[in-house]
Design a protein around this ligand. Structure first.
Ligand code: SF4
Length: 426
């Protein structure tokens, strides 16, 4: 198979029938995302003559890259008062920058094909509103022509550090995780605990001698051992240090400085403010720093701690459906490792995914506390998941060494299981 991009990998639209999507024009992505531009996008904007028409620049250079300009509130300069995109309105959908056309889809190349995933930052994805994903296939094939790196696997996917994964090993893990999370006869808390346990077990295993069929057998054995095995592995309450790490993980997943404010404040002031927010999350006392759209401000950490876990939500069935769909769509869309997640190994990517779910639980509690609810509602979980998934795979600091160290620490002493249990278990 060519790696040069001249021979296309077939595009596989994820086989998660319960996941649907059509754009409903809410404009949230136009108000919330920073759009990096490619040379091809810049040429189109130039041809469209915006600088002459608007009398101002529509792009901005920042740290060596070019972005669509944003207003002071972070909204795209082309986002109009009626909620529509001005480029779309005047030149058509296909003339928009490719990142805007693609969202909320992602296309991640693998060895045999390129998989289509969806980002849960989009409200229509969250609520599974619209057409089946396969109906978008032709559009996606057209778009890949403008994103050549989506049609050739850039680097091999690693099973763990130094071990290149085979497609069959990845399939075995995807099948195992999916089979487990779809066990509706097992309570959601146990399924999420099992996912954390599976991740911890893979982190602890020496995989060098467990390759190919033996790896598939290992996954099958671990999955088959749950939930009986879990019943014999009681979870201790999370330690203060583990919960502090969870809050810091939340900080990393909600931090999203906008270019206008970065440019205005300068690098030093921005860094100092980030450090102060990071410290506040670690300490976990006083007020929760501002999280962003959809979250009330000025909520006390102490009030968040009083909110009941997800299992006590009156909307548990809807939360279960959403988290399983998110899990399946992320697995099939290859958004958990490799090119879909900072080039991370399958083992590290699975751990990060479990931590993401714990962060969603904690953020849902923050939102519930802000609304005076005793337990998170489905809306709280949706907003929290949208917040966490919007950063997945696109925030460089989440792919950095500090995040890996956090996961290494949480892989010890049942850390991942304990932080998941802290936000999920009744
Ligand atoms: S967030 Fe989703 S539904 Fe809203 S405008 Fe963007 S793509 Fe459309």
């Amino acid at each position: 198979m060519s790696r040069a991009g001249d021979v296309r990998l077939p595009i596989i639209v994820i086989g998660v029938s319960e996941q649907r999507y059509s754009c409903h024009g809410c404009g949230n992505c136009c108000r919330d995302f920073t759009v990096q531009l490619r040379p091809d996008d810049l040429a189109r904007l130039e041809r469209q003559g915006w600088k002459e028409k608007l009398g101002e620049e529509v792009t901005v250079e920042f740290r060596g890259q070019t972005f669509l300009r944003q207003r002071d509130d972070g909204a795209c300069i082309f986002w109009m008062a009626d909620g529509k995109c001005r480029i779309h309105a005047e030149h058509g959908f296909e003339e928009k920058p490719i990142a805007c056309q693609l969202f909320p889809f992602s296309i991640v190349p693998g060895e045999r094909d390129a998989a289509v995933g969806v980002n849960f930052a989009c409200g229509s994805v969250l609520e599974s509103k619209g057409k089946s994903l396969s109906t978008h296939r032709d559009e996606l094939v057209r778009m890949t022509a403008r994103v050549p790196e989506t049609v050739a696997a850039p680097v091999p996917i690693m099973l763990a550090e130094g071990l290149v994964a085979t497609a069959d090993e990845i399939d075995a893990l995807v099948r195992g995780c999916e089979r487990w999370m779809q066990r509706r006869d097992v309570p959601l808390a146990i399924r999420l605990d099992g996912l954390a346990w599976l991740s911890q077990s893979l982190s602890a295993a020496t995989l060098t001698g467990v390759r190919g069929k033996r790896f598939a057998e290992l996954v099958d054995t671990l999955v088959a051992a749950m939930p009986d095995e879990l019943a014999h592995l009681p979870i201790e309450p999370a330690t203060g240090r583990q919960i502090a790490l969870l809050r810091q993980a939340v900080f990393g997943r909600t931090e999203d400085p906008k270019i206008p404010s970065l440019a205005k404040r300068g690098r030093l002031r921005t860094t100092l403010s980030q450090l102060s927010r990071s410290r506040a999350f670690r300490r976990g006392s006083g007020k929760v720093p501002r999280i962003g759209d959809g979250f009330a401000e000025g909520i006390a950490f102490a009030d968040v701690a009083k909110v009941r876990p997800l299992m006590e939500s009156p909307d548990l069935a809807a939360i279960d459906e959403l988290l399983v769909r998110y899990h399946r769509a992320s697995l099939h869309g290859r958004r958990l490792w490799g090119a879909g997640y900072y080039g991370w190994s399958v083992r590290d990517g699975l751990a990060a995914h479990v931590l993401n779910v714990a962060c969603v639980g904690w953020l849902a509690q923050v939102r519930a506390a802000g609304a005076g609810r005793t337990a998170p509602s489905i809306d709280d979980v949706r907003v929290a998941l949208g917040r966490v998934d919007r950063m997945a795979g696109r925030a460089p600091w989440l792919g950095a060494v500090t995040e890996r160290l956090r996961l290494r620490y949480l892989a010890l002493d049942d850390g991942l299981r304990r932080v998941v249990a802290a936000v999920v278990r009744a």
